[in-house]
Design a protein around this ligand. Structure first.
Ligand SMILES: [Zn+2]
Length: 284
């Protein structure tokens, strides 16, 4: 009886295939190897596990708005570094390096656009630019977008992707909270709808400033949404946090979100909301 006798294994050397760089990527949700071209067609959502990959504002513009309808506003507003801030690197160098690396001018792009033929004013944050941090330029551009929506009587859409306030600008970045929320209150008094889209991640000062102030707060599945990070909260309260804490589904179940929309349905859901508001309160 030699049932348990190991068979001699011959190990063949595995031939390494050259995968052209950048054609494939690994899903950090399920580990599947995905073909980038296919992933692009699927709006950067993993076909295996539904993981929503982080994407830039340029991709969201393509997903949300009618082709070629987005017209940028206030493109040239740039930060002045009034504190002359330096940590490992000077803020100025870091800022200029990020502009060069990303091709973006700031962590937000604002403009006017059409969403299923409905005119809107939009602001889209971009995590690639210093973690989507909200500095004085981000606050100012969002403030101007709110003013434009007010002036044009058009719905406002803000898409957030942000780690919070920009530390390099100290209290100046925190002051954006008062500016953006007071302007949103004025927009609300005029009865103009504001739809806030929360993507992964939306945290810190951005959550506290405008991301949670939408008439409708709509998030992508599985997005990290919160104010302080889970580690800080755990240390403060001295307790373990529940599973799924600060993810879209948890935040919705606790009453802070209205809708979780799959990226494939995001445009249609927003379009439906805009139609509802137009019917309820026709804008001029
Ligand atoms: Zn996956």
């Amino acid at each position: 009886m030699d049932w348990f006798k190991r068979k001699k294994q011959v190990i063949f050397p595995v031939e390494k295939k050259d995968v052209p760089d950048g054609l494939w990527m690994k899903c950090d949700g399920c580990g599947a190897i995905l073909y980038k071209k296919e992933l692009e067609q699927k709006m950067y959502v993993c076909p295996e596990c539904n993981q929503h990959f982080r994407i830039g504002s340029d991709t969201y513009i393509k997903i949300l708005f009618d082709e070629g309808s987005f017209k940028e506003t206030n493109a040239k507003v740039a930060s002045a570094d009034p504190l002359n801030f330096t940590d490992v690197k000077s803020y100025k160098d870091k800022y200029l390096g990020t502009v060069k690396k990303t091709g973006l001018n700031e962590a937000v792009i604002t403009g006017t656009a059409k969403l299923n033929k409905q005119s809107v004013v939009a602001a889209l944050m971009d995590f690639r630019f210093m973690g989507g941090s909200m500095g004085s330029v981000v606050g100012e551009k969002i403030g101007r977008a709110i003013d434009l929506a007010y002036k044009k009587n058009q719905p406002l859409i803000i898409l957030s992707a942000s780690g919070g306030a920009r530390m390099h600008e100290g209290v100046l970045s925190l002051m954006q909270m008062a500016k953006t929320s007071s302007k949103l209150a004025r927009l609300d008094q005029k009865g103009i709808p504001y739809i806030s889209i929360l993507t992964n991640p939306t945290t810190g000062g951005t959550t506290a400033s405008y991301a949670m102030l939408g008439d409708i707060n709509i998030a992508e599945p599985g997005a990290l949404i919160g104010f302080a990070g889970p580690r800080v909260i755990k240390q403060t309260i001295g307790q373990d946090l529940p599973i799924g804490f600060q993810r879209s589904e948890f935040v919705r179940d606790h009453g802070f979100l209205d809708i979780i929309a799959h990226r494939h349905e995001l445009k249609e859901r927003i379009s439906g909301i805009l139609k509802f508001y137009a019917h309820k309160n026709p804008l001029k």
